[in-house]
Design a protein around this ligand. Structure first.
Ligand code: PRP
Ligand code: ZN
Length: 289
């Protein structure tokens, strides 16, 4: 089989674009500025990146135009295509929700009966409604779904909610969660038949594991008086046992460890009052266990 680059499709200009590129870069791939280009080849890797509309990515992956792609689970599920779900990526988490006008009261799900709901996700929504024994009218709108109620086209909407700002800006509020979503790596079913492509994919997946494992973690370093070492190692919520290193000054040691970054500010005063000095918190790009 001819040797070629693996082809990865990502969203062109949208919620997932920057984070998808960020993930690839933290996997060590050098990707140049892609402004307005459809295909970019990584400088140091056998990978071509295709920039596409996210809604089109599942079909391109199914048809083999791209070998793999990064999309929201919501888009992959809506399209109902024959693809492999390779990996959950842990970013761009959001919910597909029914949203209703701010001044409307909906006490339970039966209140959806007889209503008109506008959405870009008719398949997922219809499945949800039938599972809940609701008879409602679903109308499909491809974009700007949130304006449908104020235009009088629909009573409610069913759309992706991330920060909730879009809903607020359109005087809507959340009601029921239809689908939880995050970015996923999807793959063409025939990938396994091409050993070259499969081996590149395995390498990429390994790199992604190490960046995903490092997410939310920071490297913490400080100098500590030997007399307070036990107290300080108890204060620090280390992910693994800390490293204790000797220093030129005999009464102090260096403590190196990995912590969840959101725990840092809660312990900083305790560290200082126990004599820790030279406290450094550093980013971790990759962690291989
Ligand atoms: C969704 C949705 C809203 C926005 C909500 O679009 O349609 O426009 O995100 O986000 P917020 O709660 O943070 O305001 P999406 O990113 O899926 O893009 P697309 O519909 O253009 O594909
Ligand atoms: Zn889209």
């Amino acid at each position: 089989m001819e040797k070629r680059n693996i082809r990865l499709a990502i969203q062109k200009g949208g919620r997932l674009s920057e984070k998808s590129l960020g993930l690839l870069r933290s996997c060590g791939l050098e990707i140049e500025n892609y402004s307005n280009r459809l295909i970019v080849t990584a400088k140091n890797y056998e990978l071509d990146i295709l920039f596409l509309r996210d809604d089109d990515i599942p079909e391109y992956v199914q048809d083999g135009v791209a070998d793999i792609g990064i999309v929201g689970q919501n888009v992959a599920a809506e399209k109902g295509v024959e693809i492999e779900y390779v990996k959950e990526l842990g970013f761009s988490k959001c919910q597909l929700m029914i949203a209703i006008p701010q001044d409307y009261e909906l006490s339970d799900i039966s209140g959806l009966n007889g209503k008109t709901i506008a959405t870009s996700y008719p398949n997922i929504l219809k499945k949800y409604l039938s599972e809940n024994n609701i008879v409602a009218k679903v109308i499909e709108i491809s974009g700007s779904v949130e304006i449908a109620p104020s235009l009088g086209i629909a009573d409610f909407i069913c759309d992706i909610v991330s920060t909730g700002n879009t809903l607020k800006g359109n005087k809507l509020k959340k009601s029921f969660v239809v689908f939880n979503s995050e970015a996923v790596l999807i793959g063409n079913k025939a990938i396994t038949e091409n050993p070259e492509i499969q081996s590149i994919l395995n390498d990429i997946l390994g790199r992604m594991d190490s960046t995903i494992a490092a997410k939310g973690l920071k490297y913490l370093m400080m100098n500590v008086p030997k007399t307070n070492l036990d107290t300080i190692t108890e204060i620090i919520p280390s992910v693994k046992s800390p490293s204790i290193l000797p220093l030129a000054t005999e009464d102090e040691v260096a403590v190196h460890t990995v912590i969840q970054k959101d725990k840092f500010w809660a312990i900083i005063n305790d560290l200082k009052s126990n004599g820790a000095t030279g406290i450094l918190l550093l980013p971790i790009e990759n962690m291989i266990s």
